[in-house]
Design a protein around this ligand. Structure first.
Ligand code: GLV
Ligand code: MN
Ligand code: MN
Length: 420
């Protein structure tokens, strides 16, 4: 007699590499830049279209969609116990302005693949299984990053998130209303709704897995992150007539601030991550001394003490370098380092071992919605390699086989959690 096929083996077997890859390629057409990548920033028409595509795939299988007040989208495959909390997996569909085709999308499509594979295999679970699409993970259009999960878990007040404006002055509230109008979901989901567990599959976005020839990253935790927005106010003046000593040049002051901050953040070990990713000058005219600069700081470190010590010096360093200009420093995100649930971590490791996939432990350098979910329910993350570690770049590339391997590990862990 052949061995009995367990539900886990049946679902893992039913994960389809071709379907998973094809769906990535379909989502990649939405917001395609023509240079191999996408611009599908949060709550744009493109974000709405990607959500509709996922909703279409879900409704073809009879999965049930619901949405919460910040636009996080949930898709449920029912379990046999209607009182059981869902096992949830997901990520995000929004991208950086010059984003790749896998950051976030993989976690969403891997979760959908698990739901589909369970249905294809005819496997029932006790707990419902859910896919979640978090709103505005990237924080490129609206700051801060991981907005949807921050609001869902109560870290960020809904009113604050809704009032946030993009650089054109459009609020999250307006953009969300426009997006939801085009995505036909009527069921509402409450913030803080209980979950049995949360899993997020993601590309590593760094070079380690590829360099070490590992297929699966067992993520132990996520390094901490602090975001700041600095506004420097000088005085507009004529570029041809105003002597240096009479100027209040906001660019000169801001550049001095960036230099002083780089000195502050320098560490021989190269563990600190410090980025000034946005630098906006007004009035941005060649022959006017700039009166205003806005720049952003993204500062990360795995050690809570270093995050506090260096991050708390940002404002003072900026004030010292401001010279005659005014300066305002606003901290827009402060997320301490987190560690994932050891039991979920063990399940991910066992799945990688059982499936004979080369694997290693690692801390996530990038941030993810799992960071806030870790405070809400037992959570974990699964990484797969990306070519040369390139991400937040249109050249981002991942092999179909590695995507499928990650989805199979996710499937094993989700089914195990959903059947206990
Ligand atoms: C998410 O994309 C991050 O900033 O780490
Ligand atoms: Mn991501
Ligand atoms: Mn990203």
């Amino acid at each position: 007699m052949p061995d009995e096929v367990t539900p886990i083996a049946a679902v893992v077997e039913a994960v389809r590499e071709d379907r998973l890859w094809q769906r990535h390629m379909e989502i990649a057409t939405i917001g395609a830049t023509g240079r191999g990548g996408v611009n599908r920033q949060a709550l744009t028409p493109e974000d709405g279209e990607a959500r509709r595509r996922v909703l279409d795939w879900a409704s073809q299988r009879g999965f049930i969609a619901s949405v919460d007040d910040i636009g996080n989208l949930f898709i449920r495959r029912d379990g046999t116990d209607p009182t059981a909390d869902p096992v949830v997996a997901g990520s995000h569909l929004d991208t950086q302005p010059t984003g790749g085709n896998f950051d976030g999308v993989f976690g969403v499509l891997a979760a959908l693949e698990v739901l589909d594979a369970a249905s294809d295999a005819g496997v029932a679970t006790i707990h419902p299984m859910e896919l979640v699409v978090w709103t505005n993970e990237e924080g490129a259009r609206f700051q801060p990053t991981t907005m949807g999960s921050a609001v869902f878990t109560g870290v960020l007040p809904l009113e604050t998130a809704l009032a946030t404006r993009d650089s054109d002055g459009v609020t999250v509230e307006q953009a969300l209303a426009d997006t939801l109008k085009t995505t036909p979901v009527t069921d509402r989901r409450d913030f803080h709704s209980p979950m049995a567990a949360y899993l997020e599959a993601h590309i590593e976005q760094g070079p380690v897995l590829e360099a070490t020839k590992n297929t699966i990253g067992l993520v132990t935790g996520i390094q901490g992150l602090r975001w700041f927005q600095i506004e420097v106010s000088g005085e507009e003046a004529h570029a041809g007539t105003t002597p240096r000593r009479n100027r209040k040049d906001a660019v000169v002051a801001a550049v001095d601030m960036v230099k002083a901050l780089q000195d502050l953040m320098f560490d021989e070990a190269d563990t600190v991550r410090f980025t000034v990713g946005r630098f906006e000058v007004a009035p941005n005219s060649p022959n006017t001394v700039p009166g205003h600069v806005l720049f952003t700081i993204d500062f990360r470190h795995p050690d809570r003490g270093v995050l506090t010590r260096l991050g708390d010096q940002v404002e003072g360093v900026c004030r010292t370098a401001a010279k005659g200009c005014g300066v305002s420093v606003v901290e827009t995100m402060n997320a301490p380092p987190i560690e994932f649930d050891p039991a979920v971590f063990d399940l991910i490791r066992s799945a990688a071992q059982r499936q004979a996939l080369p694997h290693m432990e690692m801390v996530s350098g990038a941030t993810h919605d799992a960071k806030f979910m870790a405070g809400h329910c037992p959570s974990g993350m699964i990484f797969v390699p990306c070519e040369r570690g390139i991400s937040h770049n249109e050249a981002e590339m991942v092999s179909a086989a590695d995507l499928a391997a990650g989805a199979r590990v996710l499937a094993e862990v989700v089914i195990r959690l959903a059947n206990r």
